[in-house]
Ligand binder design. Structure first.
Ligand code: GDP
Length: 140
């Protein structure tokens, strides 16, 4: 059971000024911010980040979307962080997300679903390392 996860506030939520509210919900749920930055990733960076989905029909659209504007990337720390954060964000499809979850509150569609959350401890570290070096991390 790992204690970090990786998240991105996606371009749709950043452009609609939901960053502050989303970060507040994450903080109130007991997550510590280990690292955070705002940046605009290129198409080729988005292709690399989502390479695991390269065979999926939505891959091209997802890459276009994720490189369409600035995102906020962060490493979060909490006991059982991956599972706890997936609970907080809710289902990939906002129509199926529970009330009160971040995706229920802020997602516009299955693609423009406001936030990313790692799906395993192994991927959390791979994804965190994509954006942050060890000297940019401030663990509790
Ligand atoms: P997640 O772990 O809940 O983010 O979901 P996945 O790993 O299955 O998918 C990664 C991301 O691809 C999602 O967060 C969505 O932004 C996007 N996505 C997933 N399924 C679909 C789909 O059926 N259509 C489209 N357009 N995008 C999708």
């Amino acid at each position: 059971m790992g204690n970090i996860t990786f998240t991105m506030i996606k371009p749709c939520a950043v452009s609609e000024e939901h960053t502050g509210e989303i970060l507040s919900l994450i903080n109130k749920d007991g997550f510590h911010f280990v690292a955070m930055k705002m940046l605009h990733i290129s198409k080729s960076q988005a292709e690399k980040f989502y390479a695991v989905h390269s065979e999926r029909p939505f891959y091209k659209d997802l890459v276009e979307f994720m490189s369409s504007g600035p995102i906020v990337a962060a490493i979060l720390q909490k006991e059982n962080a991956v599972v706890e954060f997936r609970k907080l964000i809710g289902n990939t499809n906002p129509a199926q997300a529970d009330e009160g979850t971040i995706r229920k509150l802020f997602a516009k569609s299955v693609q423009e679903n406001a936030v990313h959350g790692s799906d395993s401890d192994e991927n959390a570290e791979i994804e965190a390392s994509f954006f942050f070096s060890q000297i940019e991390r401030f663990y509790k």
